[in-house]
Design a protein around this ligand. Structure first.
Ligand code: FES
Ligand code: FES
Length: 853
């Protein structure tokens, strides 16, 4: 027996298990999040006798007699202060790291009510936040210290009243205090657990699967193979090439392939049973790079061969333009796989009624309707009979687009008749979900004697791993943006996405543009050198201006403010000896003629307006944005507007949260629905409108790829940016200045949070992050991915430029992705200016951040 005091209560524990299990499972203290179970992320941080401790590391015997405090144990005053401070600072995004951060803050402020920013950063240095870049978390702790120190009371958050307002997010309190539910926090009667047995080899024939011993184990409810799937085995949002389970006789394509599923009463029994499943394999040679996969005679990973997608974009006469140019530069570049490292591992709970053919799936994903479609096909149900409900989503960044656990939970529930939870371990998460594509690129860029760009030619090859995921569209965006945000029209861009036996690659913040932007921006600096002008000057001369034609033929909109972003950094760039610069553009919305709908349903209930849209908030703050748009349009205040999380029964399909699209497309749908409500509000009060419903829809209509129009509209909007990286004399990063043309900032504090988080994520891409593979096997753990920590993170100065008069969503253009695009080339340019070494591979070599291989 072990005796502890938990949040002031005496607790005895019989079994010597991990402290996190006692806190989460026995005491139901769900603020203690399990982000990795391996001591590497900090989401489980609690205080033990006043010291911060990771609850997932040690067993309860180590805490005998100690006083444990979790967020649930904070005093009323502390709760009020932390909610106010984190809200006011804009420190909350997906929220999964936040209770752990609050405990770090308490640990510090209980000792020191006047900490420096450096001391705050040191206090949170063992806790990873993938969303915020830490700046606003440090702001929040600094503010909390002031509120305690000066005993400032009456802390009331501002009421939301419209767009452009710096206002705390609507989900602040539930995330700071840890009562907001992620899927893993749900308590469901009769819940059992499930997990997949995954392939022992990246490529092997599954000769036989023997589940008999596993099935015989006490507490095991089901062990199922592909033969037990009632519907389709194949999933995939666009191309259905991904096996839910590899059947006996089938061939595996990567180490993350699931071969059978085990459902049992406890997670421990699941693991025991998995070890009892006997799978006989015939190991086959695999291919682990596009080069190997494209060799004559290479084994085919899919029946269609090893090429997933091929793009060839031609406008004007690139060859002629390059031949006749004063200056030409050709370079090869290479970028790596990147892991999303969202803090909440994939988790789903499914409750399936096989007789009634109905399913409910609680999911952490980027598109409830995608999950509904995929799971209904696997179960063989009608789509409408699968109700998908988004719980809080602890980050996505593109990595929660595909099926990972939802279909497995649904199948196990179909077979057992029980509610089933499937949660990936951090190791599985790192192995299973699609990564950012590694790319090999050869770029030729040409300009005239004044440095005006004349033409470019590019060849890109991406490793799309074992399955298609969104590898086709990612390649397409890499190609369509490869010429950069500049005014020239001779392009020849060829891209190929190649299957290999590596983990799949798919969507990742930047969607392919992170890769091609690195190449074009680095080439531009070499051209500037040949011309004899500065990297700033070449960008200023070529930056796309309103009314000019982008390289893809689209006319730049009147609100295009790239030049303003370039001008904003002139002084600092030109006067700092170790400054690097890069520009970028990024589409908002799916574009290229594909269906791209934003939709919402407004209902008036008890004098409040509910917003329901099937658009996932994955941490970016969509709910707050939609409430602000509703307030602006109706004149109602935020206390009258309720945002309900995405689900598929009542909230209309608004597509996936991807491509920086939701603020624009669903924001516009909400504006449109609100305009209808406004008409009725002129005649009646909200009380009198009880039960009324208003549907909003917006189709972002665009022209398809290959359109014959002279000036096709490929995307309804583009965001633009210029970023500057400044280095200290010792080569460490002093600061990143990120100037973003966002059209209109619906909530400036949220926009800054997106910029700061996106920049730091890509600073990792530039300098520290890698995802090494050994014959398809990831060798990194969460703790060795190279994620930036708070005490090593430089300052990010975000500057918002607003010049869009377009009424669509009040002029907002998505900000989620572009924040991550120009950072790496800006940093590359800074090192080149500092030491003359022109680096062409990420992460950049020979910097103070370089890791010994
Ligand atoms: S869950 Fe404990 S450190 Fe990650
Ligand atoms: S808010 Fe920190 S990980 Fe999402």
């Amino acid at each position: 027996m072990y005796a502890l005091i938990i949040n002031g209560q005496n607790i005895t524990v019989g079994e010597d298990k991990k402290l996190i299990a006692v806190l989460r499972n026995d005491c139901k203290l769900k603020s203690v999040k399990d982000g990795c179970s391996e001591g590497a992320c900090g989401t489980c941080t609690i205080l033990a006798d006043g010291k911060t401790v990771k609850a997932c590391v040690q067993k309860v015997s180590k805490f005998q007699g100690k006083s444990i405090v979790t967020v649930e144990g904070l005093s009323e005053r502390e709760r009020e202060v932390y909610v106010y401070a984190f809200g006011e600072a804009g420190a909350v995004q997906c929220g999964f790291c936040i209770p752990g951060m609050v405990m770090c803050a308490k640990g510090l402020l209980d000792q020191n009510l006047n900490p420096t920013r450096k001391e705050i950063a040191a206090a949170i240095r063992n806790n990873i936040c993938r969303c915020t870049g830490y700046k606003k978390i440090i702001d929040a702790v600094e503010l909390a210290a002031k509120l305690f120190r000066e005993d400032i009371r009456d802390l009331k958050a501002k009421t939301i009243s419209g767009v452009g307002q710096r206002v705390p997010r609507i989900d602040t309190a539930e995330k700071v205090l840890g009562y907001g539910e992620y899927v893993d926090d749900m308590e469901v009667d009769g819940l059992i657990y499930g997990s997949a047995v995954r392939s022992a080899y990246p490529r092997a024939r599954v000769v036989s699967i023997d589940c008999s011993e596993a099935l015989a184990l006490d507490g095991v409810r089901a062990v199922i193979t592909a033969a037990d799937i009632p519907g389709n085995n194949k999933v995939g949002h666009l191309k259905k090439d991904w096996d839910t389970l590899i059947p006996a006789g089938g061939i595996t394509r990567y180490l993350g392939d699931a071969i059978c599923l085990v459902g049992a009463d406890t997670p421990e029994i699941v693991e025991q049973a998995k070890a009892l499943v006997k799978i006989e394999y015939e190991e086959l040679p695999g291919v682990f790079s596009p080069e190997e996969a494209l060799r004559p005679g290479a084994p085919s990973i899919h029946e269609s061969g090893n090429i997933l997608a091929h793009e060839h974009l031609i406008r004007g006469d690139a060859k002629g333009a390059i031949e006749n140019s004063a200056h030409v530069v050709t370079r090869k570049y290479k970028t790596p796989f990147t892991e999303h490292a969202f803090l909440e591992p994939e988790c789903a709970i499914a409750i399936v009624d096989r007789e009634k053919r109905k399913a409910v799936i609680y999911s952490s994903d980027q598109g409830t309707y995608d999950t509904q479609k995929e799971c209904s096909e696997v179960l063989g149900f009608e789509k409408a009979d699968v109700h998908v409900i988004n719980k809080l989503v602890g980050g996505g960044f593109g990595g929660k687009e595909d099926m990972s656990v939802q279909h497995h939970a649904a199948l196990l529930s179909w077979h057992t008749g029980c509610p089933v939870k499937v949660k990936l371990t951090r190791k599985e998460s790192i192995l299973v979900h699609p990564k950012r594509h590694p790319a090999e690129m050869e770029f030729t860029t040409a300009c005239d004697e004044e440095g005006r760009l004349t033409g470019m030619k590019a060849v890109l090859v991406t490793d799309t791993g074992a399955y298609a995921s969104l590898g086709g569209p990612v390649l397409q965006r890499a190609c369509t943006h490869a010429a950069g945000p500049y005014n020239y029209q001779n392009i020849d861009i060829e891209g190929t996405a190649v299957y290999t036996n590596n983990p799949p690659a798919g969507a990742f913040r930047g969607f392919g543009v992170t890769q091609s932007c690195f190449a074009i921006e680095c080439n531009l600096n070499l051209l500037a050198e040949l011309v004899g002008i500065s990297p700033w000057e070449i960008r200023y001369r070529n930056a796309i201006r309103p009314g000019q034609e982008l390289p893809n033929g689209q006319i730049a909109a009147p609100g295009t403010a790239l030049v303003t972003t370039v001008e904003a950094v002139k002084e600092i760039y030109e006067n700092h000896p170790r400054a690097g610069i890069a520009c970028a553009l990024k589409n908002a919305g799916v574009g290229v003629g594909l269906p791209d709908f934003g939709r919402c349903r407004l209902t008036v209930e008890e004098e409040k307006v509910h917003i329901r849209a099937g658009a996932s908030c994955i941490g970016q703050g969509l709910g707050t944005v939609l409430v602000q748009i509703a307030c602006e349009t109706t004149g109602l205040t935020g206390d009258r507007i309720i945002y309900d999380a995405a689900e598929t029964n009542y909230a209309p399909d608004a597509g996936t949260t991807s491509g920086s699209r939701q603020t624009l497309v669903t924001g516009e749908a909400v504006r449109r629905a609100c305009l209808e409500l406004v008409k009725d509000l002129q005649e009646a009060s909200l009380k009198e409108l009880a039960g009324r419903e208003y549907m909003g829809e917006y189709l972002a209509a665009t022209d398809p790829m290959g359109s014959k129009k002279k000036n096709p509209v490929s995307h309804v909007a583009y965001g633009y940016a210029t970023q500057v990286a400044l280095l200290n004399e010792d080569g460490t990063v002093e600061k990143i200045i990120a100037v973003h043309d966002v059209g209109k900032a619906i909530n400036p504090v949220s926009v800054e949070g997106q910029i700061e988080g996106g920049v730091i994520m890509s600073l990792g891409y530039a300098l520290t992050e890698d995802f090494p593979l050994d014959k398809g096997k990831p060798t990194a753990k969460f703790g060795t991915l190279g994620l930036f920590k708070a005490d090593k993170t430089p300052d990010v100065e975000s500057v918002i430029v607003e010049a869009n008069e377009d009424p669509l969503a009040y002029g907002a253009v998505g900000i989620g992705e572009i924040t991550s695009i120009p950072t790496a080339p800006a940093v590359q340019n800074a090192y080149y200016r500092m030491d003359g070494e022109f680096r062409t591979t990420l992460p950049l070599a020979h910097t103070p951040y370089s890791r010994k291989k």
